[in-house]
Design a protein. Structure first.
Length: 190
C-alpha cells in the first residue's frame, strides 16, 4: 500500500455495521484497521480488506494477526463474492475460534472451539485449502481440519469486527502444487 490507495485490495464495510466507516491504513510496516465498526447480528459482520487481483484453487494462505482489543479478527478464503466464502474468526470477548462458511448469505459453522486469543500477542495463522480438505493452523499447530467442498477456489481477505486495533502483516498466498508465491505483502513499503 505504498501510494495510499490500496492497489489490488478493496475495503468493504458491511452496510448494516455501526461505528463506521472502517479506518484501514499502513503504519510501521503493518496493515491496521482502527475503527470499532461491526454489527451485532449473528452473522458477525464488520469490515474486510479483499485482495482483488487473484482467484486461486488449492493454496496456502499465511498471515500474522494481532489485536490489542478483545473482539473479532480473522481471515476469509476461497472468497467468491460478499455472500459466498469461508471465514476463520477469532474472538477473545466471546472466547471462541470458528471456521464457518457463508453460502448465499447464510453462515454455517464448520468447526469451533472455546479458545480466546491473548491480546497483544502476534499469531501466525495458516490456511491450507487443498481440494475439499481445509486446515487451519495457528503458530504451526493444527486448530481445525475438516472436509468441505462448497467452494473450490477464490481469493483472500483480512477481517475485523468491533475490533479497533486489528493488525495484519506478512500476507502470503502460495500455490500448493507448484509452490509459486501468488501474493506477498509485508507492508514495509508504506
Amino acid at each position: 500500500f505504498p501510494d495510499g490507495n490500496f492497489v489490488g485490495w478493496s475495503i468493504i464495510d458491511d452496510p448494516a455495521a455501526k461505528n463506521g466507516p472502517s479506518l484501514w491504513s499502513v503504519s510501521n510496516g503493518v496493515l491496521l484497521q482502527k475503527s470499532n465498526i461491526g454489527s451485532g447480528t449473528s452473522d458477525a459482520l464488520g469490515t474486510y480488506a479483499l485482495f482483488t487481483r487473484g482467484s486461486w484453487t488449492d493454496y496456502r494462505f499465511n498471515v500474522k494477526i494481532k489485536s490489542t482489543d478483545d473482539d473479532s479478527i480473522g481471515v476469509m478464503f476461497r472468497y467468491q463474492d460478499e455472500r459466498n466464502y469461508y471465514r476463520f474468526v477469532w474472538d477473545t470477548q466471546e472466547k471462541s475460534r470458528r471456521l464457518e462458511k457463508r453460502v448465499n448469505g447464510v453462515f454455517t459453522s464448520i468447526a469451533h472451539d472455546a479458545v480466546p486469543y491473548v491480546t497483544g500477542q502476534t499469531y501466525q495463522v495458516e490456511i491450507v485449502a487443498n481440494k475439499a480438505a481445509l486446515q487451519i493452523l495457528v503458530n504451526g499447530a493444527s486448530v481445525f481440519s475438516v472436509n468441505d467442498s462448497t467452494f473450490s477456489g477464490g481469493t483472500v481477505a483480512l477481517y475485523s469486527r468491533f475490533n479497533s486495533t486489528s493488525i495484519f502483516d506478512d500476507v502470503m498466498v502460495q500455490d500448493l502444487l507448484t509452490k509459486t508465491v501468488l501474493l506477498w505483502n509485508d507492508f514495509n513499503d508504506g
